[in-house]
Design a protein around this ligand. Structure first.
Ligand SMILES: C[S@@+](CC[C@H](N)C(=O)[O-])C[C@H]1O[C@@H](n2cnc3c(N)ncnc32)[C@H](O)[C@@H]1O
Length: 145
């Protein structure tokens, strides 16, 4: 059985380096990149989540994931692998999609379209429009005044 099949955390073909959208204006930050071509629908990465203690305020922490369908959300989690380093963009431009299995505390990320080796990976954060720490990037990504 290959590492891809048996490991709960698999991100063999993703790397993290300086983001392609980092500029002197928005700052210097990292992003996740494909290291091989992916076909539309192909699994890019899978991993696990670890829930943070109740009371943790994800509105003030950019690095954690929304981990419920409840709104307002009260459950936040930290993710494995390269997932925490994917930057965000609009729904039209995202090239990946994260499937969240809340009950199993795990996730999978799939290619939304064909992706070339070297492309930066983006997904639309589900909290982009309502999370306090993302207010600035929601304006940039969705062209809000
Ligand atoms: C989950 S982290 C992503 C990884 C992060 N870039 C890093 O280097 O650790 C979310 C943060 O990345 C940055 N970011 C993500 N998408 C962005 C975008 N489209 N434009 C500007 N900054 C973005 C913002 O600082 C945001 O709060």
């Amino acid at each position: 059985m290959s590492n891809k099949d048996e490991s709960k955390v698999w991100c063999e073909f993703v790397c993290v380096k300086q983001s392609s959208i980092a500029t002197s204006e928005v700052g210097n930050f990292d992003g996740a990149f494909a290291t091989k071509d992916f076909k539309e629908g192909e699994l890019i990465e899978r991993g696990v989540m670890r829930r943070l203690p109740m009371g943790f305020d994800g509105h003030k922490c950019e690095e954690v994931f929304t981990w419920s369908d409840e709104r307002p959300n009260k459950t936040w989690a930290m993710g494995s692998g390269c997932a925490p380093y994917y930057n965000t963009t609009s729904k039209e431009k995202e090239n990946t999609h994260m499937v969240r299995y809340f009950d199993e505390n795990r996730f999978e990320i799939f290619a939304k379209r064909d992706i070339k080796a070297g492309d930066e990976l983006f997904h639309t954060y589900i909290s982009l429009e309502w999370r306090e720490c993302f207010a600035g990037i929601d304006k940039i990504v969705n062209n809000k005044d």
